[in-house]
Design a protein around this ligand. Structure first.
Ligand code: C2O
Length: 274
Protein backbone atom coordinates (compact mmCIF):
# COMPACT_ATOMS: atom_id res chain seq x y z
CA UNK A 1 0.00 0.00 0.00
CA UNK A 2 2.88 2.32 0.75
CA UNK A 3 4.49 1.52 -2.59
CA UNK A 4 1.42 2.15 -4.76
CA UNK A 5 1.28 5.45 -6.67
CA UNK A 6 -0.52 8.21 -4.83
CA UNK A 7 -3.40 8.26 -7.31
CA UNK A 8 -4.18 4.58 -6.76
CA UNK A 9 -7.16 4.56 -4.37
CA UNK A 10 -5.71 1.50 -2.64
CA UNK A 11 -2.50 3.28 -1.64
CA UNK A 12 -1.99 4.03 2.03
CA UNK A 13 -1.85 7.73 1.20
CA UNK A 14 -5.25 7.61 -0.50
CA UNK A 15 -6.76 5.49 2.23
CA UNK A 16 -5.71 8.14 4.73
CA UNK A 17 -7.33 10.73 2.51
CA UNK A 18 -10.62 8.81 2.45
CA UNK A 19 -10.70 9.29 6.21
CA UNK A 20 -9.70 12.93 5.85
CA UNK A 21 -12.50 13.55 3.33
CA UNK A 22 -15.18 12.34 5.71
CA UNK A 23 -13.70 14.20 8.66
CA UNK A 24 -12.28 17.47 7.40
CA UNK A 25 -15.26 18.79 5.47
CA UNK A 26 -14.43 17.09 2.17
CA UNK A 27 -18.07 16.50 1.21
CA UNK A 28 -21.13 18.72 1.35
CA UNK A 29 -24.38 17.14 2.47
CA UNK A 30 -26.68 16.17 -0.39
CA UNK A 31 -29.28 18.91 -0.71
CA UNK A 32 -27.52 21.21 1.77
CA UNK A 33 -24.48 22.61 0.00
CA UNK A 34 -23.53 24.82 2.92
CA UNK A 35 -23.47 21.97 5.40
CA UNK A 36 -20.60 19.55 5.51
CA UNK A 37 -20.49 15.85 6.12
CA UNK A 38 -18.64 14.73 9.25
CA UNK A 39 -18.70 11.18 10.56
CA UNK A 40 -17.30 11.92 14.02
CA UNK A 41 -19.12 13.33 17.02
CA UNK A 42 -22.40 11.76 15.96
CA UNK A 43 -24.14 8.43 15.50
CA UNK A 44 -22.25 7.68 12.25
CA UNK A 45 -19.04 7.03 14.14
CA UNK A 46 -19.31 3.24 14.45
CA UNK A 47 -20.85 2.36 11.07
CA UNK A 48 -18.59 4.68 9.04
CA UNK A 49 -15.44 3.21 10.54
CA UNK A 50 -16.70 -0.34 10.15
CA UNK A 51 -17.14 0.19 6.41
CA UNK A 52 -13.85 1.99 6.18
CA UNK A 53 -12.03 -0.95 7.77
CA UNK A 54 -13.98 -3.39 5.64
CA UNK A 55 -12.61 -1.95 2.42
CA UNK A 56 -9.15 -1.41 3.84
CA UNK A 57 -9.02 -5.08 4.81
CA UNK A 58 -10.30 -6.21 1.41
CA UNK A 59 -7.66 -4.10 -0.31
CA UNK A 60 -4.92 -5.60 1.84
CA UNK A 61 -6.19 -9.11 1.12
CA UNK A 62 -6.19 -8.38 -2.60
CA UNK A 63 -2.68 -6.93 -2.56
CA UNK A 64 -1.19 -9.91 -0.74
CA UNK A 65 -3.27 -12.41 -2.69
CA UNK A 66 -5.09 -13.71 0.39
CA UNK A 67 -8.80 -12.91 0.47
CA UNK A 68 -9.05 -14.41 3.96
CA UNK A 69 -6.70 -11.80 5.44
CA UNK A 70 -8.15 -10.24 8.60
CA UNK A 71 -6.97 -7.08 10.33
CA UNK A 72 -5.74 -7.64 13.86
CA UNK A 73 -7.27 -5.61 16.68
CA UNK A 74 -5.16 -3.66 19.15
CA UNK A 75 -6.46 -5.25 22.33
CA UNK A 76 -6.11 -2.09 24.47
CA UNK A 77 -8.99 -3.07 26.73
CA UNK A 78 -6.96 -5.90 28.32
CA UNK A 79 -3.79 -5.45 30.41
CA UNK A 80 -1.51 -7.30 27.97
CA UNK A 81 -2.58 -4.95 25.18
CA UNK A 82 -2.26 -1.64 27.00
CA UNK A 83 0.79 -0.40 25.11
CA UNK A 84 1.69 0.04 21.43
CA UNK A 85 2.08 -3.47 20.01
CA UNK A 86 5.76 -4.04 19.19
CA UNK A 87 5.14 -5.05 15.57
CA UNK A 88 4.25 -1.40 14.98
CA UNK A 89 7.42 -0.01 16.54
CA UNK A 90 10.01 -1.95 14.54
CA UNK A 91 11.53 0.90 12.52
CA UNK A 92 12.29 -1.39 9.58
CA UNK A 93 8.66 -2.50 9.26
CA UNK A 94 6.09 -0.94 6.96
CA UNK A 95 3.85 -0.83 10.05
CA UNK A 96 6.13 1.78 11.58
CA UNK A 97 5.24 5.44 11.55
CA UNK A 98 7.72 8.10 12.58
CA UNK A 99 5.12 10.54 13.91
CA UNK A 100 4.22 9.08 17.28
CA UNK A 101 4.84 10.20 20.82
CA UNK A 102 8.42 9.20 21.64
CA UNK A 103 7.50 8.95 25.32
CA UNK A 104 4.75 6.44 24.66
CA UNK A 105 6.75 3.60 23.19
CA UNK A 106 6.40 0.10 24.64
CA UNK A 107 6.42 -0.90 27.43
CA UNK A 108 4.92 2.48 28.41
CA UNK A 109 1.37 1.76 29.52
CA UNK A 110 -1.51 3.39 27.75
CA UNK A 111 -3.65 5.83 29.69
CA UNK A 112 -7.18 5.38 28.41
CA UNK A 113 -8.13 8.69 30.03
CA UNK A 114 -5.20 10.58 28.54
CA UNK A 115 -5.90 14.25 28.12
CA UNK A 116 -2.53 15.63 27.08
CA UNK A 117 -0.33 15.19 30.14
CA UNK A 118 1.44 12.18 31.53
CA UNK A 119 0.59 11.71 35.17
CA UNK A 120 2.94 9.17 36.64
CA UNK A 121 1.18 6.36 38.41
CA UNK A 122 2.45 2.84 38.90
CA UNK A 123 1.50 0.20 36.39
CA UNK A 124 -0.84 -1.75 38.63
CA UNK A 125 -2.82 1.40 39.38
CA UNK A 126 -2.93 2.37 35.72
CA UNK A 127 -4.24 -1.02 34.68
CA UNK A 128 -6.93 -0.88 37.31
CA UNK A 129 -7.95 2.62 36.25
CA UNK A 130 -8.05 1.59 32.60
CA UNK A 131 -10.28 -1.38 33.32
CA UNK A 132 -12.62 0.78 35.37
CA UNK A 133 -12.70 3.27 32.52
CA UNK A 134 -13.67 0.52 30.10
CA UNK A 135 -16.48 -0.62 32.36
CA UNK A 136 -17.77 2.94 32.68
CA UNK A 137 -17.66 3.73 28.98
CA UNK A 138 -19.12 0.41 27.86
CA UNK A 139 -21.60 -0.27 30.64
CA UNK A 140 -22.51 2.49 33.10
CA UNK A 141 -22.27 5.30 30.53
CA UNK A 142 -23.79 3.35 27.65
CA UNK A 143 -27.35 3.06 28.85
CA UNK A 144 -29.00 4.63 25.81
CA UNK A 145 -28.37 4.69 22.09
CA UNK A 146 -27.40 8.31 22.33
CA UNK A 147 -24.83 7.62 25.04
CA UNK A 148 -23.28 4.71 23.19
CA UNK A 149 -23.57 5.62 19.50
CA UNK A 150 -23.56 9.41 19.73
CA UNK A 151 -26.12 12.08 18.94
CA UNK A 152 -28.44 11.68 15.91
CA UNK A 153 -27.19 13.47 12.80
CA UNK A 154 -29.56 13.76 9.85
CA UNK A 155 -29.53 15.63 6.56
CA UNK A 156 -29.71 19.35 7.29
CA UNK A 157 -28.14 19.08 10.74
CA UNK A 158 -25.04 20.98 11.66
CA UNK A 159 -21.98 18.80 12.00
CA UNK A 160 -20.69 17.30 15.25
CA UNK A 161 -23.87 17.23 17.33
CA UNK A 162 -22.19 15.10 20.00
CA UNK A 163 -19.96 12.14 20.69
CA UNK A 164 -20.95 8.83 22.16
CA UNK A 165 -19.04 8.00 25.30
CA UNK A 166 -16.82 5.35 23.76
CA UNK A 167 -15.85 7.69 20.93
CA UNK A 168 -14.69 10.25 23.48
CA UNK A 169 -12.92 7.82 25.80
CA UNK A 170 -10.93 5.78 24.98
CA UNK A 171 -11.17 6.27 21.21
CA UNK A 172 -10.15 9.93 21.14
CA UNK A 173 -7.77 9.67 24.06
CA UNK A 174 -5.83 6.85 22.38
CA UNK A 175 -5.50 8.99 19.25
CA UNK A 176 -4.09 11.87 21.32
CA UNK A 177 -1.87 9.58 23.37
CA UNK A 178 -0.33 8.08 20.22
CA UNK A 179 0.22 11.23 18.13
CA UNK A 180 3.51 13.12 18.21
CA UNK A 181 3.34 16.22 20.43
CA UNK A 182 6.29 17.65 18.49
CA UNK A 183 4.04 18.05 15.43
CA UNK A 184 1.72 21.02 15.08
CA UNK A 185 -1.52 19.00 15.17
CA UNK A 186 -0.39 15.84 16.97
CA UNK A 187 0.22 14.09 13.67
CA UNK A 188 -0.23 11.41 12.69
CA UNK A 189 -2.76 9.79 15.01
CA UNK A 190 -3.83 12.90 16.88
CA UNK A 191 -5.72 14.66 14.10
CA UNK A 192 -8.26 13.60 11.48
CA UNK A 193 -6.45 14.42 8.25
CA UNK A 194 -3.34 12.39 9.05
CA UNK A 195 -4.58 9.65 11.40
CA UNK A 196 -4.98 7.11 8.60
CA UNK A 197 -1.32 7.50 7.62
CA UNK A 198 -0.34 5.49 10.67
CA UNK A 199 -0.96 1.74 10.22
CA UNK A 200 -1.70 1.62 13.93
CA UNK A 201 -4.91 3.52 13.16
CA UNK A 202 -6.49 0.43 11.60
CA UNK A 203 -5.61 -1.85 14.52
CA UNK A 204 -6.95 0.80 16.91
CA UNK A 205 -10.20 1.03 15.00
CA UNK A 206 -10.52 -2.74 14.75
CA UNK A 207 -10.74 -2.77 18.53
CA UNK A 208 -13.22 0.13 18.49
CA UNK A 209 -15.25 -1.97 16.07
CA UNK A 210 -14.89 -4.95 18.38
CA UNK A 211 -16.36 -2.84 21.19
CA UNK A 212 -19.44 -2.28 19.05
CA UNK A 213 -19.74 -6.06 18.61
CA UNK A 214 -19.31 -6.64 22.34
CA UNK A 215 -21.95 -4.00 23.07
CA UNK A 216 -24.40 -6.05 21.04
CA UNK A 217 -23.28 -9.59 21.83
CA UNK A 218 -22.49 -9.31 25.56
CA UNK A 219 -24.14 -6.18 26.90
CA UNK A 220 -27.59 -6.34 25.39
CA UNK A 221 -27.00 -3.38 23.08
CA UNK A 222 -29.24 -3.05 20.04
CA UNK A 223 -29.20 -1.37 16.64
CA UNK A 224 -30.71 2.05 16.14
CA UNK A 225 -33.95 1.66 14.20
CA UNK A 226 -34.26 5.16 12.73
CA UNK A 227 -34.13 5.20 8.95
CA UNK A 228 -32.06 8.38 8.96
CA UNK A 229 -29.29 6.26 10.44
CA UNK A 230 -29.98 3.02 8.58
CA UNK A 231 -30.11 4.69 5.18
CA UNK A 232 -27.07 6.92 5.53
CA UNK A 233 -24.71 6.18 2.66
CA UNK A 234 -20.95 6.37 2.22
CA UNK A 235 -18.72 5.99 -0.82
CA UNK A 236 -15.55 3.91 -0.81
CA UNK A 237 -13.15 2.35 -3.28
CA UNK A 238 -13.14 -1.41 -3.19
CA UNK A 239 -10.20 -3.75 -3.75
CA UNK A 240 -10.71 -3.56 -7.51
CA UNK A 241 -10.60 0.26 -7.47
CA UNK A 242 -14.35 0.55 -8.11
CA UNK A 243 -16.23 3.30 -6.37
CA UNK A 244 -19.03 1.68 -4.37
CA UNK A 245 -21.90 3.06 -2.31
CA UNK A 246 -22.82 1.39 0.97
CA UNK A 247 -25.47 1.91 3.62
CA UNK A 248 -25.30 1.88 7.40
CA UNK A 249 -27.99 -0.84 7.50
CA UNK A 250 -25.67 -3.27 5.72
CA UNK A 251 -22.90 -2.87 8.29
CA UNK A 252 -24.82 -4.08 11.32
CA UNK A 253 -24.16 -7.80 11.07
CA UNK A 254 -20.44 -8.57 10.85
CA UNK A 255 -21.05 -12.12 9.63
CA UNK A 256 -22.53 -10.61 6.47
CA UNK A 257 -19.29 -8.69 6.06
CA UNK A 258 -17.35 -11.92 6.44
CA UNK A 259 -15.90 -11.70 9.93
CA UNK A 260 -16.50 -12.35 13.62
CA UNK A 261 -14.38 -11.52 16.66
CA UNK A 262 -12.64 -14.30 18.53
CA UNK A 263 -14.92 -15.15 21.40
CA UNK A 264 -12.14 -16.69 23.48
CA UNK A 265 -10.38 -13.38 24.03
CA UNK A 266 -11.02 -12.39 27.63
CA UNK A 267 -12.87 -9.20 28.44
CA UNK A 268 -11.46 -8.40 31.89
CA UNK A 269 -13.30 -5.09 32.37
CA UNK A 270 -16.70 -6.79 32.35
CA UNK A 271 -16.16 -7.29 36.09
CA UNK A 272 -14.44 -3.95 36.78
CA UNK A 273 -17.40 -2.15 38.19
CA UNK A 274 -16.02 0.76 40.24
CU1 C2O B 1 -12.21 8.57 12.17
CU2 C2O B 1 -10.36 7.22 15.18
O1 C2O B 1 -11.17 8.35 13.84
Amino acid sequence: MRALPHDDPRSLAQQAEVHCSYCNNGYPQVGYRDLKMQVHSCWLFFPFHRWYLYFYEKIMGELIGDPTFALPFWNWDAPAGMYIPEIFTDTTSSLYDQYRNAKHQPPKLLDLNYSGTDDEVDDATRIKENLTTMYQQMVSKAKSHRLFYGTPYSAGDDLKPGEGNLELIPHDSIHFWTGDPKQAHLEDMGTFYSAGRDPLFYAHHSNVDRMWSIYKSKLGGTDIEKTDWLDTEFLFYDEKKNLVRVKVRDSLDTTKLGYVYDDKVEIPWLTSKP
